[in-house]
Design a protein around this ligand. Structure first.
Ligand code: HEM
Ligand code: HEM
Length: 178
């Protein structure tokens, strides 16, 4: 496989780092206590916010990097598969920018200070007590599960290439050792 058809090392590192953080983030979401009126952002909830804001920051860096360094063209295949792959990639990029912002706005409505990676305090996205931002808590949860479905489709596509078609798609993101 030629060098230009493999994702560059920075793009690969960010893809797999984000995969890992998203897996951790869902586990934290399932383990953390239910968020109620008097809940404070401590313990697993603080971890959920710290990891979630890190995902947001990495997604922004990843898109900036993609715009600057580019990405290899998709491998040729049936047109509908190319369209589906591009659509799912678009949903994942947009979704993992919007999802943390929804959580952040909800946290702000609860008068919580949101810290990037648990360290750097960020501005509020909504006024404390804002009803619309409070509602976004449910939207945040709903969008998280829609994106879990999109990840399922994406992973199924990757496995289809690796196991059934046995083409080089997986090695563009996880190169073979020479
Ligand atoms: C990719 C990043 C994120 C993912 C995958 C994610 C996922 C989730 C999921 C699945 C839930 C529902 C948990 C349940 O089933 O009970 C949830 C709840 C919540 N998340 Fe996130 N989250 C992310 C980022 C964030 C960020 C950045 C914040 C805040 C800055 C945040 C704040 C919250 C809050 C406050 C709730 C409770 C909402 C409510 O019950 O009203 N999340 N998150
Ligand atoms: C175990 C899970 C995963 C596997 C095996 C996997 C595999 C891959 C592979 C092989 C590619 C390259 C596709 C191609 O050559 O066209 C890719 C691209 C991509 N993956 Fe994943 N992936 C996984 C999880 C995720 C997750 C959780 C996200 C969520 C953000 C994600 C987002 C993307 C995006 C946006 C692209 C397109 C990259 C671009 O063209 O800029 N992946 N993935």
């Amino acid at each position: 496989m030629s060098e230009t058809s493999v994702y560059n090392p920075v793009a690969r590192a960010m893809h797999w780092a984000i995969v890992l953080l998203i897996a951790v983030e869902f586990v934290l979401a399932w383990l953390m206590p239910d968020v109620r009126r008097d809940t404070q952002p401590v313990g697993l909830i603080a971890w959920h916010i710290g990891v979630g804001t890190s995902i947001l920051a990495l997604m922004v860096l990843r898109l900036v990097w993609r715009a600057a360094a580019g990405a290899p063209a998709l491998l040729a295949g049936p047109v509908w598969q190319e369209h589906l792959a591009k659509l799912v990639h678009g949903v994942l990029y947009a979704g993992f920018l919007v999802l943390p912002l929804l959580g952040w706005a909800n946290a702000s409505s609860r008068a919580w200070t949101v810290h990037l990676a648990g360290v750097l305090s960020l501005p509020a996205l909504a006024p404390a007590g804002a009803a619309w931002a409070h509602e976004l808590g449910d939207v945040h949860q709903f969008v998280a599960y829609v994106l879990l479905g999109a990840i399922g489709l994406h992973v199924a596509g990757a496995l289809y290439h690796a196991v059934v078609l046995r083409d080089d798609t997986m090695h563009r993101m996880w190169p073979r050792r020479r």
